[in-house]
Design a protein around this ligand. Structure first.
Ligand SMILES: [Zn+2]
Ligand SMILES: [Zn+2]
Length: 215
């Protein structure tokens, strides 16, 4: 009778990880090389960069996300996975293997070996909980980079709220016309601008902008 190191639930099997967490870790491990390759595709410049034909040269285009570079970098996934391989090998009394090849090949190799060790990890390895947690974090961060949560559509930016508050100063909060909305509403002071005042609203915004620029 023990407790699973991952979910901290009672585990009948008496191992380090319960059957559910063992399976989840296997699935996450299997997904890692696929997700890692997915990042490589995201990094490839769309349409390809001119290979010196134009002779312009210059720096390559910026990647879509610096997070991708962090994960694709040596410390992001390759090294942590290989350190887990080394740790397992050490605790099982096996010689350390050299880590060579391309980053993608190394990720694949490390994951393949870790999957092979999974039965032993789940039953006998005291570090199983830390290992399973790190694999979960890796899979989660890879997924969020590949499919970031959708950006909330705030609608069209109208300008700065020209309402005067009680102290006589201009509200100045940014006004948005939310998608599907009929009226502009200031999220800060709460004032509503229905369509029939939009012409006036524009005049006020322009006046305030001029006044701010002149100041
Ligand atoms: Zn568990
Ligand atoms: Zn306002």
């Amino acid at each position: 009778m023990t407790t699973c190191q991952m979910c901290e639930q009672h585990d009948e099997t008496g191992g380090q990880l319960c059957p559910g967490c063992t399976k989840a870790t296997r699935v996450r491990l299997e997904a890692l090389p696929v997700l890692y390759r997915g990042l490589g595709v995201l990094l490839a410049p769309a349409g390809g960069v001119g290979q010196g034909r134009s002779g312009k040269g210059g720096p390559p285009p910026l990647p879509v996300s610096l997070d991708i570079l962090d994960i694709r970098g040596p410390g992001g996934m390759v090294t942590p996975l290989e350190s887990w391989v080394d740790a397992v090998r050490q605790d099982r009394g096996r010689p350390e293997a050299p880590h060579t090849g391309s980053a993608e090949a190394r990720v694949e190799l490390a994951v393949g070996e870790l999957l092979g060790h999974m039965p032993w990890i789940a039953v006998s390895w005291p570090a199983a909980g830390d290992f399973a947690q790190e694999i979960r974090e890796m899979a989660t961060s890879l997924r969020t980079v590949i499919a970031p949560p959708p950006v909330i559509n705030r609608g069209r930016r109208v300008g700065h709220c020209p309402a005067l508050n009680t102290s006589g100063t201009v509200c100045g909060a940014v006004l948005w016309l939310a998608p599907g909305e009929k009226a502009v509403r200031c999220e800060w002071c709460g004032l509503q601008y229905p369509p029939y005042v939009w012409a006036q609203l524009k005049t006020w915004i322009d006046e305030d902008t001029k006044a701010r620029d002149a100041a």
